[in-house]
Design a protein around this ligand. Structure first.
Ligand code: MSP
Length: 504
C-alpha cells in the first residue's frame, strides 16, 4: 500500500491580489508534493482562500460590493495563480464553502462539550491587518508588533481556555523535536509559550462576516479558528457519511507557513486540536520573507512583486528555480532582478540548458539521429558520473524532508557541472575521428546523466524537465524516483533540440 502524504499551504486572505509571497509558500509545497508523488506517495496537496473576517469585510466595503460577491471575484485571482505557476494542488478550499462552515461548527461544538469554551467579555487591542488580539504590554509605539494599526475592542466574547494547554504544548514540543521547523522558530515559539499563555478570544460580535457560532446568533467565530479549521474541512472532517478520507489523510504531514503566522499554527492550532481530541500535525515549517531590492514589500511603497508579470517576462521554470535556489529556505531573502537574470543565464542557460543542447545535438549529428545502444564497456569516469545521482537518492529524499531546497538544487548543479567538465575532458568531437565506439560510450553516459538529472528536477522545473524527458523519449511510467536506478537502453531516435532557456 502507498504511504500517504498530506501537505497544506496557508489559505490566502482575499483582501488583495496575489503577490510573490503567496506564490513562494505554494511553490515550496508544490515541489514537496511533486517530489512525494515521484517517490510514489499518495499525496493530498491543499491550498485555498481565507475569506472571512474584518479585513476582508473592509476590503469589500472599500470596493463597494457585498462581501460574498467580492470574495467570489478575488478568490478567482488566487486560482489563476495556480495555473500561472504550474502548481499541482489536489484541492482548493474556500472558507465560505458549506463543508467548511459545517467543520467549523463541528469543532466548536466539540471544544464546547469538552469544556474548553466559556463566555466572557473581551477588552483589549485588535489589529485588523493581522487579525490578531494584543494586550497592552505587546503594543509598541501605539501599534501591533508587526507595525499594524490597532483599535480598541470591547465586546462580549467566547474564550478558549488556551492557558490550560501550556504544559501539554511544551511537552508536545519536547517529544516532537521536528514539529516546529526551522530550529530558530522552535526556540521562538517555546519561549513565547513559556512566558505564559492567556485564554484566547474566539468570537466577535461587532461585525457579521464570518461563521456563526452554533446556538448564539450574536457571535461569529474568530477568523483564525475558522481559517485553521480549513485543514480539517478539506479532508472531509464534517462528512458524517464517509470519514474514510479523513481517517486516511489526517493528521497533516506538514503545514507550510510564513514566519509571521507561526504562532497561530504552532501554538493555537495544536491547542485547539488537543482540546478537540484530534491528532496533531507532524510538522509546521515557517519560511522567511522576501524583500524587494532591499526594501520591505508593501502596497503603500508600491513595490509589490506581481508573480503573473514575472512569469510572463522570464518564464515559469525560471521563476520557480530562482525562488528556491537563491535563498536557503527558512531565511529571509532579497529579490533582485539582476540576481534573477544571473541565475537564469548562468545556471539554467549556460549549465543545464547548454549540457542538454550540446549532448543531444552531437548525438543527432554524429550517431545517425539515435541515442547509442547501452554499452557494456564503461570506464571509471563514466561510472562515477552515472552513479553520482543514482547512488544518492536517499540524500535527495532527506533534503526534501528537511525543506533544504537550495541544497538539493546545488547538489544537482554539481553533477551538471561535472557532466559539462566530462564533455570537455572526453572531447567526443575528437573521438569521432579516431575512436567512434568510445565516442558513443561518452555520449551515452551523458544522456543517461541528463535523464537522471531531469527526473530529479521534475518537482522544481516540471515543464522543462518533462520537455527533456519527452525529447529523449522516456516513457511516462519511467519518470519516477525509482526509475532513476534503471539505466537507459538506448537506440532511441531523437530530433534536433531547441534551446531550453533563452539567455537574457
Ligand atoms: N489568511 C492567513 C493564513 C491562514 S492559514 C490558516 C494569512 N494570509 S496571507 O494572505 O496574509 O499570507 C499568506 C502567506 O503569504 C503567509 O504564509 C505569509 O508569510 C506569506 N507572505 C506574505 N508576504 C510575504 C513575503 N513578502 N515574503 C514571503 N512570504 C510572504 O496570513
Amino acid at each position: 500500500m502507498k504511504s500517504k502524504y498530506y501537505i497544506t499551504t496557508p489559505i490566502y486572505y482575499v483582501n488583495d491580489v496575489p503577490h510573490i509571497g503567496h506564490a513562494y509558500t505554494t511553490l515550496a509545497c508544490d515541489v514537496i508534493a511533486r517530489f512525494k508523488r515521484l517517490d510514489e506517495y499518495e499525496v493530498f496537496f491543499l491550498t485555498g482562500t481565507d475569506e472571512h473576517g474584518q479585513k476582508v469585510e473592509t476590503a469589500a466595503k472599500n470596493n463597494g460590493v457585498n462581501p460574498k460577491k467580492f470574495v467570489d471575484k478575488v478568490s478567482e485571482n488566487f486560482k489563476n495563480l495556480l495555473n500561472c505557476m504550474n502548481f499541482s494542488n489536489d484541492s482548493f478550499i474556500r472558507t465560505t464553502e458549506k463543508k467548511h462552515i459545517k467543520s467549523c461548527q463541528k469543532i466548536w461544538e466539540k471544544l464546547l462539550s469538552n469544556g474548553n469554551i466559556y463566555l466572557d467579555k473581551y477588552s483589549g487591542w485588535y489589529a485588523v491587518r493581522d487579525e490578531a488580539f494584543f494586550s497592552e504590554s505587546e503594543i509598541v509605539d501605539g501599534k501591533a508588533p508587526s507595525g499594524a494599526p490597532v483599535e480598541w475592542v470591547e465586546e462580549p466574547s467566547y474564550f478558549f481556555n488556551l492557558s490550560k494547554w501550556e504544559k501539554k504544548l511544551l511537552e508536545f514540543y519536547e517529544s516532537n523535536k521536528e514539529f516546529i521547523s526551522p530550529k530558530s522558530r522552535r526556540n521562538e515559539v517555546i519561549s513565547f509559550v513559556k512566558s505564559g499563555l492567556k485564554d484566547l478570544s474566539i468570537s466577535r460580535t461587532s461585525f457579521s462576516w464570518g461563521v456563526k457560532v452554533p446556538n448564539d446568533k450574536n457571535h461569529i467565530m474568530y477568523v483564525w479558528l475558522d481559517a485553521l479549521t480549513n485543514y480539517l474541512s478539506a479532508c472531509e472532517y464534517s462528512n458524517e457519511k464517509n470519514n474514510e478520507f479523513f481517517k486516511k489523510f489526517w493528521p497533516a504531514d506538514i503545514h507550510m507557513v510564513g514566519k509571521d503566522i507561526i504562532r497561530f499554527h504552532a501554538v493555537y492550532w495544536p491547542a485547539f486540536l488537543m482540546a478537540a481530541d484530534l491528532p496533531l500535525p507532524k510538522k509546521v515549517f515557517a519560511h522567511g520573507w522576501w524583500t524587494n531590492e532591499g526594501n520591505k514589500i508593501s502596497k503603500s511603497l508600491g513595490n509589490v512583486i506581481d508573480p503573473f508579470q514575472l512569469v510572463n517576462k522570464y518564464g515559469i521554470d525560471q521563476i520557480r528555480y530562482f525562488l528556491l535556489r537563491e535563498v536557503p529556505f527558512g531565511n529571509d531573502g532579497d529579490f533582485s532582478n539582476s540576481q534573477l537574470i544571473n541565475r537564469i543565464n548562468s545556471d539554467l542557460a549556460n549549465s543545464y540548458g547548454n549540457l542538454f543542447q550540446r549532448v543531444v545535438s552531437m548525438i543527432f549529428k554524429n550517431c545517425n539521429e539515435k541515442i547509442p545502444l547501452k554499452p557494456n564497456n564503461f570506464n571509471k569516469e563514466d561510472i562515477t558520473l552515472i552513479n553520482s545521482i543514482k547512488n544518492n537518492l536517499n540524500d535527495y529524499r532527506s533534503l526534501i524532508d528537511e525543506q533544504k531546497f537550495d541544497q538539493y538544487l546545488k547538489s544537482i548543479w554539481i553533477v551538471i557541472s561535472n557532466a559539462n567538465k566530462y564533455v570537455d575532458e572526453q572531447a567526443p568531437w575528437a573521438l569521432k575521428k579516431n575512436n567512434f565506439e568510445r565516442m558513443e560510450v561518452v555520449l551515452f553516459t551523458l544522456v543517461e546523466t541528463i535523464r537522471q538529472i531531469s527526473i530529479l528536477l521534475l518537482p522544481f522545473i516540471p515543464d522543462t524537465a518533462e520537455k527533456i524527458l519527452d525529447h529523449i523519449k522516456i516513457p511516462h511510467d519511467q519518470r519516477k524516483l525509482k526509475s532513476v536506478g534503471f539505466i537507459l537502453n538506448g537506440n532511441i531516435k531523437i530530433s534536433l533540440p531547441k534551446p531550453l532557456f533563452p539567455r537574457i
